[in-house]
Design a protein around this ligand. Sequence first.
Ligand SMILES: Nc1nc2c(ncn2[C@@H]2O[C@H](COP(=O)(O)OP(=O)(O)OP(=O)(O)O)[C@@H](O)[C@H]2O)c(=O)[nH]1
Ligand SMILES: Nc1nc2c(ncn2[C@@H]2O[C@H](COP(=O)(O)OP(=O)(O)OP(=O)(O)O)[C@@H](O)[C@H]2O)c(=O)[nH]1
Length: 441
Amino acid sequence: MSKPVVAIVGRPNVGKSTLFNVLAGERISIVKDTPGVTRDRIYADVSWLDKAFTLIDTGGIEPDSDDIILSQMREQAQIAIDTADVIMFITDVRQGLVDADEKVANMLRRSKKPVVLVVNKVDDFKKYMPDVYEFYNLGIGEPIPVSAASMLGIGDMLDEVIAHFPERNAEEEEDDRPKIAVIGKPNVGKSSLINKLTGEKRVIVSDIAGTTRDAIDTAVKYCGREYVFIDTAGLRRKSKIKEELERYSIIRAVTAVERADVVVIVIDATEGVTEQDAKIAGIAHDRGKGIIIAVNKWDAIEKNDKSVKEHSDRIRQVLSFMPYAEILFISAQTGQRLNKLYEMIDVVMANNSMRLATGVLNEIVAEAVAMQQPPSDKGKRLKIFYITQVSVKPPTFVVFVNDKKLMHFSYTRYIENRIRDAFGFRGTALRFIIRERKGES
Ligand SMILES: Nc1nc2c(ncn2[C@@H]2O[C@H](COP(=O)(O)OP(=O)(O)OP(=O)(O)O)[C@@H](O)[C@H]2O)c(=O)[nH]1
Ligand SMILES: Nc1nc2c(ncn2[C@@H]2O[C@H](COP(=O)(O)OP(=O)(O)OP(=O)(O)O)[C@@H](O)[C@H]2O)c(=O)[nH]1
């Protein structure tokens, strides 16, 4: 169910960004389809052969002295050890082996995590191979020569990476308890919320077989049902540097969201919703999870009869790409509305895996089409032949039409809204795949 996480670690200037961009393709470093969310180079979805994984770059900001470089590399390596299934350690054949590489290699070796040792900038295999062998001295396995810039050796490197993925774990897959990730900016109250929700009933289940990440999963019983809260404790780092803290919170969110059914995005009521919240929320949206926005510290602000509406409006505006998300005003400190949160988790999870019968769907679409004529262009009008739901988590529909170009975003949105009017689907994204049916027009 959950995708493996692969983390990139390495000294400045060895070519991490270049490699990252090669692996991520064009899907990275650009403003993606989630409005308002600029994707920076922290994580990307990658697939190789039939394996999909999440790639994260643990690298932080530009260091300017050897001491700082080493301490930052240690920090990166630790994040990788905490979160990744496989670590890619990137070195540079032109610079050769340096002291910092050896120190970090020792750390990685001790962690017992699978490490793939990549030697970059081998633009000419014949010429540089003798230098590549030198990297055996790191004692973390066979060095794999690549050239990120000329895209050489990338396939062999990826073969090696996916060979280390954990076997699909039957126990984990059969586990049908709701899994909930609590994510958000630093200091919004994530830990307080998890602590309050789980209380004394807290049972730590971190040693679930097959979870190689050091996530702390906490199972808690509520009204006879067990819920598992995912926390990535290893990443609760205290840094003074704002960019670094934000980077950790994004990495923490990516790795937790991957395994979750429902994501609780915590926002601080005393600060209001920000672009950083949007960035984090975008991670859950992209992955089609059930979503609840929990406006925390509701106890700490002055309220009047307009407060709920004002906060909701602002959230809807900043997080405009997820109008379907549920919003709840809570206090992790006093416990206000936490019962409601459990109820909402149940509902959102059910909606995220709801299946609609094809007959009913087509009736709704036929009615929708009758009520609002489909768009046309140059005398040709859009025809919707058939709609069917192909998967859940999130609910995904394939719509067969006469001409894809005629199915504008706004008309898809209209169809989506009619389906939502009939079935709700609160708290979950819906996906639409538009297919042309040839031979009919
Ligand atoms: N010759 C050669 N140069 C490369 C290769 N890959 C990257 N470079 C160059 O190495 C330099 C550093 O590359 P980056 O990808 O920015 O390195 P980085 O590790 O992300 O650096 P930081 O962002 O400082 O951590 C750039 O000038 C790249 O063009 C390669 O395969 N061969
Ligand atoms: N008034 C009030 N304060 C809260 C509430 N929830 C958390 N806090 C306070 O907010 C601060 C941050 O809470 P944490 O739970 O550590 O926040 P976090 O999101 O886990 O922080 P990081 O681990 O640093 O990302 C603490 O001082 C909490 O006491 C709340 O509901 N009301």
